[in-house]
Design a protein around this ligand. Structure first.
Ligand code: M6R
Length: 583
């Protein structure tokens, strides 16, 4: 949610490098963009605009230091004035996060006669830092002092006239420092750094850094004391974070599933047993996740119930506060998240940890905040996922959760065998011929206003996930239901020609399909066997208990083709951002 990028290096390319870095971070927000560069004269100049950064083709003035931002609007509409960077006096600043008490601080400055150009919380931070600077503090001191006032999560980049170098500070929103041979880079996510370096320092909460050329000095955001940070080599490669020959990241990432499922299950037994031990020692376990990751966790609720006979509660992170009274030092919390940075989940984990709960985190971004907070972390090994719609990370999450259920049952090898068969089946499934079947179905339902999806057992969460996939990229109203629930109300919405995706071919689900077909619905079966009730059929391999993993793949393709046939950009759907780091 908001991408930020900074460069300090000898030479004159900083502005252009920041622009390129922001293009790689655009999936984090694409309402507006902006870059600030320090000119040779010392003056800091701004270039910003509303809209997506991907098509911006400008050459920046010569500069060795620049900061930039691509915005997902929170406070203030999508306007030029609200685009970052914000400049007050000598201070220019970009910000990711939310300054919750900004109105109190803003009104104090307004009472003193200060005028604001934007509606953002960020401009108020710039105003504070500048104020403390004018009162004689150093830039680092002014940032520390401002951080004392700010309630909420943030990451900040600050560049100040008359003070060389770039400052960055973090509390709750990610910041990674890339160490090049001659220069230093700062980004809110790893893919933007890979082209320059794979050696990084992770900034932790309440830490700051000052970079100048290839020097980086870390300090505490609380005390100002200097901190030593470890350099870490990142395993992701630049090619993994690029589209290659594909038109969009979404379709590339769907095809990546030919391999990622195998990578996901490629964990040594010890790690999986460590995770399961944490569950087995607990007296009550909760899956906490958001959006698609929450649907993967819902699936896992079925896996554990059916495979190891363990009941695990599943709660969307934003609803967890109602259940927090049940969290104590005997509880296991299992966080499922692609980014490992989702604010609603992080907050529950932080509070859970304080209550003594043990944390197991499954994340794709290996050194994410959740990974670092967890007692046990399992990386899902899907490689960078850049399309806003999660695809390969979802199936990787489901595969690991499936494996954990088998490990819990003491039958890890059998779990691996089933998943290995599923991985091969998915590898065979995704090919251009199959894509043509999906395109054919997409063409038939393209102009529908609404569609329904039903499934039973672990295919019910996949019906919910199918709805998210279709809604977010094609903007068609889609809703998922347990197959048996439709007749208890939603069936009233079925009219002649309304498409209904039926996940599975078990007798009960087929009977439910028949109930809606007889009221005019157009039935699209997604199942191993063709049934008479299906008007259209997308075959999926029979993967037994791992059927949910195979079944979501054709729906991902369907969502992709619905979006592209409608001329929409599936990688950057309206109003969304890849990583939701605000509550
Ligand atoms: O990074 P996370 O897995 O924690 O993200 C959670 C959701 O925001 C995410 O799954 C969202 O629902 C996706 N856009 C769905 O495709």
């Amino acid at each position: 949610m908001c991408g930020i990028f900074a460069v300090s290096l000898p030479g004159n390319e900083a502005g252009n490098l920041v622009l390129e870095g922001l293009k790689k971070l655009e999936y984090r927000g694409y309402d507006s963009w902006g870059v600030a560069i320090r000119q040779d004269s010392g003056e800091i100049i701004l270039r910003k605009d509303v809209g997506k950064i991907k098509d911006v083709q400008i050459q920046f003035e010569m500069s060795g230091e620049a900061i930039g931002h691509t915005r997902w609007a929170t406070h203030g509409g999508v306007t030029m004035a609200n685009a970052h960077p914000h400049q007050v006096g000598k201070v220019t600043l970009v910000h990711n996060g939310i300054f919750e008490n900004y109105l109190d601080v803003k009104s104090k400055y307004q009472d003193e006669g200060m005028g604001f150009r934007s509606d953002t919380d960020t401009e108020v931070i710039a105003c504070m830092v500048n104020d403390f600077l004018e009162k004689g503090m150093s830039v680092a001191g002014a940032i520390r002092h401002s951080a004392e006032v700010i309630q909420g999560r943030f990451s900040l980049l600050v560049i100040a006239e008359g003070f060389p170098g770039i400052y960055a500070a973090r509390r709750g929103s990610p910041l990674i420092i890339g160490r090049g041979e001659t220069g230093t880079f700062i980004a809110s996510d790893i893919p933007a750094l890979l082209e320059h370096t794979n050696v990084v320092n992770y900034l932790d909460d309440d830490e700051m850094v000052h970079i100048e050329g290839n020097k980086a000095e870390f300090s505490s955001l609380i005390s100002g004391d200097v901190i030593e940070k470890r350099e870490v080599a990142v395993s992701w490669k630049a090619e993994q974070a690029s589209k290659g020959d594909y038109q969009h990241f979404m379709i590339k990432e769907i095809f990546d599933q030919k391999k990622t499922l195998r990578d996901a299950i490629d964990h040594d037994d010890e790690k999986l047993h460590e995770a399961v031990e944490l569950l087995q020692k607990s007296n009550g376990a909760y899956f906490v996740a958001c959006g698609t990751a929450h649907k993967a966790a819902m699936c896992a609720e079925y896996y554990f119930a059916e495979i190891s006979g363990r009941k695990i509660n599943v709660v969307p992170a934003s609803e967890m506060p109602s259940f927090e009274r049940f969290i104590n030092d005997k509880t296991a919390i299992i966080a499922v998240s692609q980014s490992g940075e989702t604010a609603d989940v992080l907050e529950i984990l932080e509070r859970g940890k304080k209550a003594g709960a043990k944390i197991l985190a499954l994340t794709n971004v290996e050194s994410s905040s959740m990974a670092r907070l967890a007692d046990v972390h399992i990386p899902i090994n899907a490689g960078p996922e850049k399309a806003v719609a999660s695809t390969k990370a979802t199936t990787a999450q489901m595969a690991i959760l499936f494996l954990l259920a088998y490990a819990d049952a003491g039958k890890l090898n059998l779990g691996r065998e089933i998943l290995s068969g599923t991985a091969s089946a998915i590898n065979d499934l995704i090919n251009p011929r199959y894509e043509n079947y999906v395109k054919d179905v997409a063409g038939k339902i393209l102009n529908q206003k609404s569609l329904f999806i039903i499934g039973r057992g672990s295919l019910f969460p996949m019906a919910l996930e199918s709805a998210i996939k279709i809604q977010e990229v094609s903007y068609i109203h889609a809703q998922g239901f347990p197959a048996g629930e439709l007749k208890h109300g939603p069936i009233a919405l079925i009219e002649e020609g309304v498409p209904c995706l039926v996940l599975g071919d078990d007798q009960d689900t087929l009977s439910n399909a028949m109930e809606i077909k007889s009221r005019g619905a157009h039935i699209i079966g997604i199942a191993p066997k063709r049934a008479e009730v299906f008007d259209d059929w997308l075959k999926v391999p029979d993967c037994g208990q791992a059927q949910s993993i195979a079944t979501i793949v054709p729906v991902q393709l369907l969502a992709y083709y619905l979006a592209t046939f409608k001329g929409l950009d599936p990688d950057m759907p309206r109003n969304l951002a890849k990583s939701v780091t605000v509550k």
